[in-house]
Design a protein around this ligand. Structure first.
Ligand code: HAM
Length: 447
């Protein structure tokens, strides 16, 4: 039986990998420009970390985790996100007591979701986390960082949606939550639900079954629902940012003010609540109109209670994660093609064993000079040059019987369609003198 890659996973083949390298380079360069340093954490963690960090009632923890028992009967989970792991690592290494820590990561996450365009079971994130500060300027800086990352990838027509979901003080989110539940109760058993809703549950007209459940456990999650009936009801619901306590309101105002100072365009969207329980105050998403239903390129926010949830001392934190597959999908869609680094030189030995030996020697010299080079190991000869464009070859070094006899190499410029003979000793000297632009030296032969 043919074995295939598991559903919802993808192979990244060599003709696609340059796009990944371009995105990863933009991610690293941008994060480092903003003062972030890389952190790497394990791909699997104790299941408890995510249950406590992300929250028992969330879709991720309830339905989407790849959880297994190892041979020592420990319950482990393939990480469905990386923020909880970063916080766990910092707490474990006692790094959270001092100054602000700014960290970034690039790596895979795993969620048992229904695969569709832009949604995978193994996907990859570039994320940043800043831990050790309540500063609203930091939230704004990270949104600015995300936009700089996308700018470097050539992505446009993006929008930044922000919101604040307040804090756990009783007069802030808990009070809002009570108001929201009252509103949902009042509005789901009425005609409104019948008019707009999908009436699959007569007891909860208007709200879908999932939301009827969320209304009790996690009412803010109703804002995430994509079903028309729920969307209609939620469009009239009380808004989080109108119910913030004074401190959270001031914090949100500062985030917005700083975004303006930084020249980042945004809109306040009360429907952004985010699907992970650890969020407090600022939440945001970067959306692209080139993606379909899964239009979030990036999501993040503040999580001032996460350290406490994981048993540490309370410390402010804020971050985002950007889906790499989704960034590449938008690049493909709008025709942004990152440069594919080629191998400029191919050596063709076309004179038997001796030519092959000479080719191996010259190949080493070319590579020593810093020029990426390849050799026709399978003796395909000139037929191989059909692949020049695909491989990015600019020069074919030909070593045949004549060249061997004369102590020469023939260099064919595959783009200019010109050919030159050069003595082997002279070629070696040229390569030795190559300095910072050894390929330029070969180009100069054809001026
Ligand atoms: P998230 O919104 O769950 O947040 O994921 C962030 C981004 O990862 C999404 O906007 C999307 O681009 C990508 N993503 C997530 N799941 C999938 C999937 N199944 N297939 C393809 N792409 C996906 C988090 O993960 C938080 N940890 C972000 C964060 C960091 N908040 C604070 N710090």
């Amino acid at each position: 039986m043919e074995i295939k890659a598991p559903k919802g996973t993808q192979d990244i083949l060599p003709d696609e990998i340059h796009k990944w390298h371009a995105v990863e380079k933009a991610a690293r360069d941008t994060a480092e420009l903003f003062g972030y340093r890389e952190i790497r954490t394990p791909i699997f963690e104790s299941t408890d970390l995510f249950a406590r960090g992300i929250g028992e009632g969330t879709d991720i923890v309830e339905k989407e985790m790849y959880t297994f028992l190892d041979k020592g009967e420990r319950s482990l989970t393939l990480r469905p996100e990386i923020t909880a792991s970063v916080m766990r690592a910092l707490l474990e290494h006692k790094k959270t007591g001092g100054d602000l820590l700014k960290l970034y990561y690039i790596g895979p996450i795993f969620r048992y979701e229904r695969p569709q365009k832009g949604r995978f079971r193994q996907s990859h994130q570039f994320g940043v986390e800043a831990i050790g500060s309540d500063s609203p300027q930091l939230d704004a800086e990270q949104i600015c960082l995300a936009m700089e990352f996308y700018k470097r990838l050539g992505l446009d027509k993006l929008s930044v949606d922000i919101n604040s979901i307040g804090c756990s003080n009783d007069n802030c989110r808990p009070a809002y939550r009570r108001d929201l539940i009252t509103y949902l109760k009042e509005n789901t058993d009425t005609l409104l639900g019948v008019l707009f809703g999908e009436i699959d549950n007569i007891g909860n007209k208007g709200l879908c079954d999932d939301c009827a459940r969320r209304m009790v456990n996690n009412p803010l999650r109703v804002f995430d629902c994509k079903k028309d009936g729920c969307k209609q009801i939620i469009s009239r619901a009380p808004r989080t940012y109108e119910h913030l306590c004074d401190d959270c309101r001031a914090h949100f105002e500062k985030v917005k003010e700083t975004l303006e100072l930084l020249g980042v365009k945004y809109r306040v969207n009360p429907n952004i609540v985010r699907g992970l329980d650890y969020y407090t105050r600022t939440v945001y998403e970067v959306l692209s109109e080139s993606l379909g239903a899964q239009n979030a390129l990036c999501g993040g926010g503040r999580y001032d209670n996460l350290a406490g949830e994981l048993g540490g001392v309370k410390v402010g934190g804020t971050g985002f994660a950007a889906g790499i597959e989704r960034a590449i999908m938008v690049m493909d869609e709008i025709g942004k093609k990152p440069e594919r680094p080629g191998i400029p030189v191919i050596i063709l030995p076309v004179g038997g064993e001796k030519a092959m030996n000479q080719a191996v020697t010259i190949l080493k010299k070319i590579r020593d000079s810093g020029i990426p080079a390849e050799l026709d190991y399978n003796n395909r000869g000139f037929k191989l040059l059909k692949k020049s464009e695909e491989e990015g070859w600019r020069f074919a070094f030909i070593i045949g019987e004549d060249e061997l006899k004369e102590g020469k190499v023939s260099i064919k410029h595959l783009i200019k369609r010109d050919q030159k003979g050069i003595e082997t000793a002279e070629l070696e000297e040229l390569l030795d003198s190559g300095g910072k632009d050894p390929v330029g030296i070969l180009e100069n032969l054809f001026l």
